[in-house]
Design a binder for this molecule. Structure first.
Ligand code: ADP
Ligand code: MG
Length: 456
């Protein structure tokens, strides 16, 4: 049995936004599942739903089985026990997620006291150990959040998520607001901790390259659905769904001349969840849409060993890939890139040497294409950031958090949520700026830089 099994999960916000429209997922212990997709496709809603952190009035359907027990059917007392100890969430925007007026050690200790019934001294000792586990000296426990750097704060958030030895960790854009160098460290840290403790990880990001690098499996979401799923590297290098291809194509591969001179982005905006297009929700933006795509819903179907995709072009044998003009042109380049001497896997070494040069060389060509699409998104959605920033909705989620959520949500839990909101507009802008700044710095760490710094 999987550690987490999500069946036909649906979430509709008050006002009618169908943010999640029937998602099935499974995560085994020790497995790292990445969830990718443009801003607004429902990733955070899915994360919040997993621990029932959605705002009052949100309608949730389906099943969320954590160790076989349905989270959606749990009584509050049981749910409180499961939060932190069964599963915990690391939010983006650590800057805003910690309580500014409490020492970080106390914030880490709080759930340990509440959930583990530890003594204050015992919890403090454990907080020190956790800080060391995430690479900070135990003495930093006495620091206030403003005394720490962004990366250190995110480490504190991770220590907090680990505080009660959860079986599952959900990390929602844990590195989006960090520069690439720190991003790489944090990702390695999460990877290492997950590997060492055999917990399940759900890592959410708009950055497919980050996920391909970190996760075992990858699910690509579009308009509240998973449209493609499979082994991470395969989905990144050779997506079966045209949206997966477009998302992957938006990341220029360093050393790949095709992606350098012919940047690919996806025109248009993701659909408004209050008015999802008929048929396949992606059809208005799809370069290979057929007439029937406007009317026929496309469900996930086998797309090769261990893979599924929701596209009419994926044949019954699972081998078909979206052909035709647009996608064909898009699809060839990444493959070539992957095969070239310094394809994605070799980026590390190449990046150290060429990172900055390659970037400035193709920066002008690449970014505008991607940026154009993104800017459209940002403009279109107002509060939502261009760079995967959290919608203000999450903040609202917290402020109006479920009644009876208890002390823990008033403290760290709520602080965590609020961070999502705090990071919204500003976080998005900052994230983009940081990425770029880090990207042009030649000293960025090799291995991650190559792939990741190309984040839009
Ligand atoms: P992602 O994390 O992929 O960027 P979200 O899950 O945050 O996407 O949002 C999915 C959709 O749900 C968006 O269109 C967003 O505007 C909407 N949404 C998010 N939170 C709320 C809320 N509290 N109330 C109403 N709509 C919301
Ligand atoms: Mg989000």
């Amino acid at each position: 049995m999987s550690l987490l099994e999500v069946r036909d999960l649906k979430v509709t916000y008050p006002g009618g936004a169908a943010a999640v429209r029937g998602v099935d997922l499974a995560v085994a212990a020790g497995e790292k599942l990445g969830i990718a997709g443009e801003s607004g496709c429902g990733k955070s809603t899915l994360a919040l739903a997993l621990l029932r952190l959605l705002p009052p009035g949100a309608r949730v359907g389906g099943e969320i089985l954590l160790d076989g027990e349905d989270v959606l059917a749990m009584k509050w007392g049981r749910l409180r026990a499961v939060r932190w100890a069964g599963a915990s969430i690391v939010f983006q925007g650590a800057m805003h997620s910690l309580n500014a007026v409490h020492r970080v050690g106390d914030q880490i200790a709080e759930p340990i006291v509440l959930h583990r019934r530890a003594t204050a001294a015992g919890a403090r000792r454990r907080a020190g150990e956790l800080l060391e586990q995430v690479g900070l000296p135990a003495a930093r426990a006495s620091a206030y959040p403003h005394e720490l750097s962004g990366g250190q704060r995110q480490r504190v958030m991770i220590a907090m998520a680990l505080a009660c030895d959860p079986r599952l960790i959900v990390a929602d854009e844990p590195t989006t607001a960090l520069d690439v160098m720190i991003q790489a460290q944090i990702l390695r840290l999460i990877e290492g901790l997950v590997g060492a403790q055999d917990v399940g990880l759900i890592m959410i990001s708009h950055d497919l390259a980050v996920l391909a690098d970190t996760c075992d499996r990858l699910a690509v979401m579009y308009a509240g659905r998973v449209v493609e799923e499979g082994p991470a590297r395969q989905v990144y290098d050779d997506a079966r769904h045209p949206y997966g291809r477009a998302l992957s194509g938006a990341f220029p591969r360093i050393g790949d001349p095709a992606s350098r001179f012919a940047p690919r982005g996806l025109p248009g905006d993701p659909p408004d969840p209050a008015a999802v297009p008929s048929g396949c929700a992606f059809h208005p933006r799809c370069p290979v849409a057929l007439d029937l795509c406007a009317t026929e819903d496309q469900l996930l179907r086998p797309a090769g060993p261990g893979r599924r995709a929701a596209c009419v072009h994926v044949g019954a044998d699972g081998t078909g890939t979206p052909g035709g003009n647009g996608a064909a042109a898009e699809s060839e380049a990444p493959d070539e890139g992957a095969q070239s001497a310094d394809g994605p896997d070799a980026h590390g070494e190449a990046a150290a040497a060429t990172g900055s040069g390659a970037r400035s060389a193709d920066g002008g060509g690449v970014e505008p294409g991607v940026a154009a699409a993104r800017t459209g998104t940002a403009a279109g959605t107002g509060a939502k950031g261009a760079d995967g920033g959290e919608p203000a909705g999450n903040g609202a989620a917290v402020d109006g958090g479920p009644p009876g959520e208890g002390a823990e949500s008033a403290g760290n839990g709520a602080a965590g949520m609020a961070g999502g909101a705090g990071a919204s507009g500003a976080g998005a802008g900052r994230g983009a700026a940081d990425d770029r700044a880090g990207g042009t710095g030649g000293a960025t760490p090799a291995r991650d830089h190559g792939v990741r710094s190309s984040a839009p």
